[in-house]
Design a protein around this ligand. Structure first.
Ligand code: SAJ
Length: 403
């Protein structure tokens, strides 16, 4: 039997790992991206994003001949849409990338094909993809029924662990009709070792949004505690550690805000669809966004008490031990301090090898020269700082590395 052909639309953080993983599992994969530079890079066996071990996987997928990249889709049995869903003004989701990918694949679609939407999407988007395909291809609609399948299967991998989680995580699979759910479930079972959980498209869409909103709401609680603790003269890290000894309490960690392309974005997809009802989710977003400015204000307040202070900023990425800067609150704090401190700001991030926006400094230099140390990301290099070096410095610890 000929191997199944799969067309993956969008070769970003999800599409590229997915395409290369499937190619190494024996599927014939065409990766599609509108950016010709990305296509050229991948066809060379190289990568344009950073993720542990992805370079090795892509190289072997390309060398095996099972992974090719192009700017246009072609015929396949399975189409996977993995394009971005950012938001526009007013936090409304921008679905134009999904619409463009759907339009691009429509001419290649044939009877019996399966279209999977993996992009994080507001409730109702998969139905809209299905409608768009029916309108573009009336020849594939038989009475009420389409002769192709459309399913939502949200990705839930954690940056830094993508390759492992693509295989090991449980997957939620929700079709626009039961045959679509069944077709997609069969496909995911061929390479996922976790459970494949069947539902409908709307529940699958909401499940993904809810998972990230759940985490965002819980981090907002921790961030609110950090502000209250500051006011009450309490160490928030000790407070949370003690409260978490209760068997039914598990408070997350406060920080400089919530970054990345998921937690800071997805809750707005719920809020913008139901603004009157999504009150807790909206407030949590506001608390987490406000936390970043609160950290800036605290640092500025201390800096104003010095003449020409040296302020060291420890950490720029959106979370510990990765080099990803997407929606990073730490970077936002650093930028604000560089703009607003009347003195010198030294930034340090051992995870960033290339960074062009402003100069980076070594941890040693930062600790030696700083009057004020602002710890923003709990990178492993910062977790056990020498207390001798911190003596006589003003410390603002947003991430709990200086106890
Ligand atoms: N953070 C805190 N305190 C905590 C935990 C996290 O402030 O206790 C901050 C981090 O520093 C970071 C942000 O939250 O700025 C997000 O980090 P994260 O590790 O919670 O999540 P992401 O954005 O890297 O990945 C999330 C994951 N979702 C959940 O854990 C529910 C991942 O599984 C999803 O696949 C991913 O979003 C996505 O693509 O949606």
């Amino acid at each position: 039997m000929e191997p199944l052909r799969i067309c993956v639309l969008g070769l970003g953080y999800i599409g590229l790992p997915t395409a290369s993983l499937l190619a190494t599992k024996g599927f014939r994969v065409l990766g599609v991206d509108v950016n010709p530079d990305v296509v050229e890079t991948i066809n060379r066996g190289a990568i344009h994003i950073k993720e542990p071990e992805l370079d090795i996987l892509v190289r072997s997928a390309v060398h095996s001949g099972n992974l090719k990249a192009a700017t246009e889709p072609s015929e396949a049995e399975i189409f996977i849409i993995a394009v971005p869903t950012p938001f526009m003004e007013g936090h409304r989701p921008d679905l134009s990338y999904i619409e463009a990918a759907t339009a691009a694949l429509a001419p290649c679609l044939r009877k019996g094909d399966l279209v999977i939407l993996e992009s994080t999407s507001p409730v109702g988007t998969t139905d809209r993809v299905s409608m768009q395909l029916r309108e573009a291809r009336p020849d594939l609609v038989d009475g009420e029924n389409a002769t192709f399948f459309v399913t939502h299967c949200p990705e839930r991998v954690l940056p830094g662990r993508i390759l492992r989680e693509l295989v090991e995580n449980d997957r939620i699979v929700g079709g626009v009709d039961p045959p679509s759910t069944e077709a997609a479930s069969r496909f995911y079972r061929t390479f996922v070792s976790g459970e494949v959980l069947a539902t409908d498209a709307r529940t699958a869409e909401m499940a993904k949004l809810v998972e990230n909103s759940y985490r965002d709401v819980n981090i907002a609680f921790a961030n609110e505690l950090s502000i209250l603790s500051h006011r009450f003269g309490i160490n928030v890290w000790e407070l949370i550690r003690l409260a978490n000894h209760h068997p039914r309490v598990s408070i997350l960690q406060p920080g400089a805000g919530v970054g990345g392309h998921c937690l800071a974005v997805d809750p707005w997809f719920i809020v913008s669809s139901a603004p009157e009802d999504a009150r807790l989710i909206r407030t949590s977003r506001e608390v987490n966004e406000g936390k970043t400015r609160w950290v800036v204000e605290r640092a500025l307040d201390r800096a104003r008490r010095f003449r020409d202070p040296v302020v060291a900023v420890l950490g720029l990425t959106y979370k510990p031990d990765i080099d990803d800067l997407r929606e990073s609150p730490a970077l936002e704090v650093a930028r604000a301090l560089i703009a607003e401190v009347e003195g010198e700001v030294l930034a340090c991030d051992p995870n960033l090898r290339v960074f062009e926006e402003f100069p980076l400094h070594s941890l040693e230099e930062c600790l030696e020269r700083a009057d004020i140390v602002v710890a923003l990301v709990a990178h492993r290099e910062f977790r056990h700082l020498d207390s001798e070096l911190l003596k006589d410095r003003v410390i603002i610890d947003a991430c709990g590395v200086i106890r």
